[in-house]
Design a protein around this ligand. Structure first.
Ligand code: AMP
Ligand code: GLY
Length: 429
């Protein structure tokens, strides 16, 4: 395997976690991050969608590029790099449709018999409203396109559903993303995330460890959805038998389906799953690592991540063995700006990072932070991902919160119950 620099594209907690893990690789020199955040050491002030700037930088600095977020993938960053003869990990624009269009994803799942909620697609708001009136609540109304995680509305009453349809199709609250919508059955159960690195051409996939996110803003899963307020790995709701089923019935069918439809899929597939009575249904596909899920996942990952990403990008994933995972558990608590996912203030000075850094087995991943002279200040909604690795989930929860208690800024907010859901499975086992 060659020795190279790496360019991670993006600026969130996911990207800091990738920088942290890739920096440990024996094959890697410098790890740049564009544009990065207050926690990533080698920042490059280039926007993730400025493909000309990024390709130029990667070529000049002999970088292998790893893409964090979905937006540059959907806009074709991988196509741009490949056409310039540059190596990159991330799916092509054509493959990114698995995340970019919910209608495409649902119809693909139907064509290939992948378990998912029953649904219908609408291009006309009157037909959509008619459907809801006939069918009755509860339903889930989803805008077709990318809408930063906000285009999904769970509707428990007919009125809520009709408002959601009008908001998307008439008021265009999500712009063109909501011109076409999906209305699907509301599934009940517990969510889990399952991520794999895949290459359909060589029919090989490498699963990552299971994980679970905490999407709603408030304790007890109350309030509006966010990008994710905390995560842990492994997820006890995904025992070994279920993992095999997910690999066979979902990842296997996903890869075969992509091959049949002549879409080369080389990169990350993230399955958002609803588990009911031990059976998985797919809520969504993403074509990137989960954030914050990747933060606890990299803490447990034993092998060299660079080897996997580089092998995948260069068509040699089939040579790689399954990853080995620490038997320990990792828990990530997101510290956010008060007001997120709505309006919040930026520029608050963060204190206590040096004290937290003295804790063994705790890593504070930065997300919405920036450097201001010698200080670190808040610069986004999700600010830090405080992640602890310990023997059990309860211990990792305690250690993560111990670190959270050491860190402070004015108007900081975090959930106090991250990982609690795992405990009920552990106690039941
Ligand atoms: P999505 O972006 O499609 O994953 O939806 C975002 C969130 O909405 C998911 O993580 C779930 O919490 C919820 N959700 C989406 N679809 C459904 C469904 N059919 N039933 C219940 N909850 C859902
Ligand atoms: N944490 C959910 C996501 O990355 O989509």
């Amino acid at each position: 395997m060659k020795y190279t620099n790496v360019l991670v594209v993006g600026s969130g907690g996911r990207e800091h976690a990738l920088v942290w893990k890739l920096s440990q690789s024996k094959h890697v020199g410098k790890v740049f991050c564009a544009p990065g955040n207050g926690g990533t050491p080698d920042r490059v002030p280039i926007d993730p969608t400025d493909f000309e700037g990024l390709t130029k930088f990667a070529a000049q600095n002999a970088c292998f590029t790893v893409v964090g977020p979905e937006e540059p993938l959907a806009k074709g960053i991988t196509n741009a790099f490949l056409s310039n003869g540059l190596e990159i990990f991330g799916v092509s624009k054509e493959a990114a449709i698995a995340e970019g269009s919910k209608i495409w994803a649902k119809q693909f799942m139907k064509r290939h018999n992948i378990p998912t909620a029953e649904f219908q697609v609408f291009e006309d708001h009157l037909a959509a409203a008619d459907h809801v009136k006939k069918k009755g609540p509860p339903v889930v109304v989803k805008a077709d396109g990318l809408s930063a995680g906000k285009g999904v509305i769970l509707c428990r009453t007919e009125d809520e559903a009709l408002k959601a349809i009008d908001g998307m199709m008439l008021e265009k609250r999500f712009g063109s993303s909501g011109e076409r919508i999906v209305i699907e059955d509301l599934l009940v159960g517990e969510e889990a995330s399952y991520i794999a690195i895949v290459d359909t051409k060589t029919r090989k996939y490498i699963p990552l460890a299971s994980s679970q996110d905490h999407k709603p803003i408030f304790d007890g899963d109350k309030g509006p959805n966010t990008g994710g307020m905390g995560a842990y790995s492994p997820a006890p709701i995904v025992p070994e038998g279920l993992e095999e089923k997910i690999q066979r019935d979902i990842i296997g069918k996903f890869m075969n389906g992509m091959r049949e439809e002549n879409v080369e899929f080389k990169g990350t597939i993230y399955l958002g799953l609803m588990i009911s009575d031990g059976e998985p249904d797919v809520l969504e596909f993403n074509v990137r690592f989960g954030d914050p899920e990747i933060q606890p996942i990299v803490m447990r990952m034993e092998p060299d991540l660079f080897e996997y990403l580089y092998s995948c990008a260069s068509g040699r994933l089939a040579e790689m063995d399954d990853m080995k995972w620490s038997k320990q558990a990792a828990v990530c608590v997101v510290m956010a700006s008060s007001g997120y996912p709505g309006q919040y203030q930026k520029g608050k000075t963060i204190v206590g990072l040096d004290e937290a850094a003295t804790l063994r087995n705790v890593v504070v991943f930065h997300a919405g932070t920036a450097r201001q002279n010698s200080a670190i200040v808040t610069n986004g909604g999700r600010v830090l991902g405080v992640t602890a690795l310990s023997d059990t989930i309860p211990q990792a929860i305690r250690e993560a919160y111990r670190a959270v208690e050491m860190i402070y800024w004015e108007e900081e907010y975090h959930r106090t119950d991250i990982g609690k859901k795992a405990l009920k499975h552990i106690h039941a086992a």
